[in-house]
Design a protein around this ligand. Sequence first.
Ligand code: ZN
Length: 430
Amino acid sequence: MTAQNIQNIKNAINIIDVIGHFERLRRKGRNYVCKCLFHKENTASFTVNKAKGIYKCFGCGASGDAIKFIQEHLKKDFIEAVKWLGEFYKIPIDETTKESQPRKPARSKPQVTQTPEPVYIPKDLFNASLHCYAENNFVKFLKTQFEPCIVEMLIEKYYIGSSKYYPGAVVFWQVDNCDNIRYGKIMGYDPETGKRIKGEFPQLTSVTRAIINNCTKAEISPPDWALQYDKQETKPQVLFGLHLISEDLGKPIAIVESEKTAIVASVFIPGFIWLATGGKGYEKHNNRGQINEVPELFRDKFKPLAGRNVVLFPDLGAVEDWRELAVKLSDIAPVTVDDYLEKLELAEKCDLCDFLTSDTARRELIDDYKNELIEQAPQTLPEGLAIWEQCRANGLMAKDLHQAHNEILRDYDFDGEGLLIGLKNKNIAA
Ligand code: ZN
C-alpha cells in the first residue's frame, strides 16, 4: 500500500458512514451521538463530529478518527484498518510497496460534460489548524471583547483555526452543510484593534496557496490534493458559517460581508444564524453603477439557503448594492435588507462589527443589564445569576458587571447594602 493509497482512502472517509455502519447515530446540533461502543452506558455520550472527522466519548474518554475507530472496534492494526476502509469505500489499493509506480492510464470513460466532483480539503489539515490560540491574533482580539468562555464557544462554533503562514494569523474555514471542508482563508489581524493587516503586504491568502508556496520554497512537491484543488478553475467556496444552518431550521439567517462581523454579531444578536460572504464578490457594475448581474458563483453560495428567511446586513455605504442583490436573489429565498447602520448616522467608515464593539454599543448592553436587574429585582442569588448569565451570553464581560452593579448602588443609594438586598428593600420593581 502506498502513501498515496492511504491518502486517497483518508480523503474518501466520512466518519458518519463508518461509525453509522456499526451503531445508529442521531443528530444533535453540530454533532452526532450514539451510545458508546467502547463502554456500557444508558445515555448517549459518544459524540461524532463530521467536519473534524473525529469521535469522542465523554463517558470513557475514547477518541480518535475513523481509522482509530476501526482499529479499536475491530481490533486491527493501522494498515489492516486502512485496508478495511479501502474495501468499505471500494477504493483500489496497490499491493506493491513501490511509491508512485507509473500507473496504466485509466480506462477512458465516456465523455460526459458533467461538473466534476469538487476537491475538498483533507480533515487532517483542518484539524491541525484548530490549535495554537494563544498566538492567534484574531482570538486575542476576541478576548478583548468577550469573556474567555464565550471566546472558546466561538472558536468551537465557527471552527476558527490558526496558521503560521503569517505571524499570529487566523484561518476562516468554509465548511458546508454536509461538513465538507471547502476553503480556508488565512488572514492577519491586529490583536488590539481587530483590524486586518493590509498596507503594502496585505496578509491574505488561501490555505492551499500557502501550502503550495511553502512547498515551493522548501523545494518539495506539494501534496496531490493541493495541486488538484488548485487546478480547479473555481474553488468550491461556500458562505462562511454554512455548517451552522441546519442547527435550528426555524432561525432566520443573517448575512454580512466579513467573517469577523459574523462571529462577533453571533454573540450580540443570537436570534440569527450569522454567515459571511467573505467579501463582495458580486461587484460587476455597468457604467450606470448598477449591478449587471449577480455572478452565478455568488448565487450558488445562496442556494443552500432556499426556503429560509434571509436578512442582509450591509456595511455602511453598501446598502444600495445589497438592495439590488436582495432582489436578484429573491427567487432563491425571501431576502430582506436591514439598513439600521445607515440610520444610526455614525462616523463614515463603519461596519456592523465596529458598531457592536464600540463603546456606545457596550454602554447599551450595560444599561440593558441594569434595567433587567432593576425590573426583575432578583431576591435570591440564583435569580440574580440567571439575569447575569443571560446578559453574559450576549457578550457582557465581568468588568461590565462590576460597573453596572456600582452604578446601581450609587444611583439608588443603597448605603453599602448588598445589591440583591438593596433591590429587594427598595422594592424598585414595584
Ligand atoms: Zn465510552
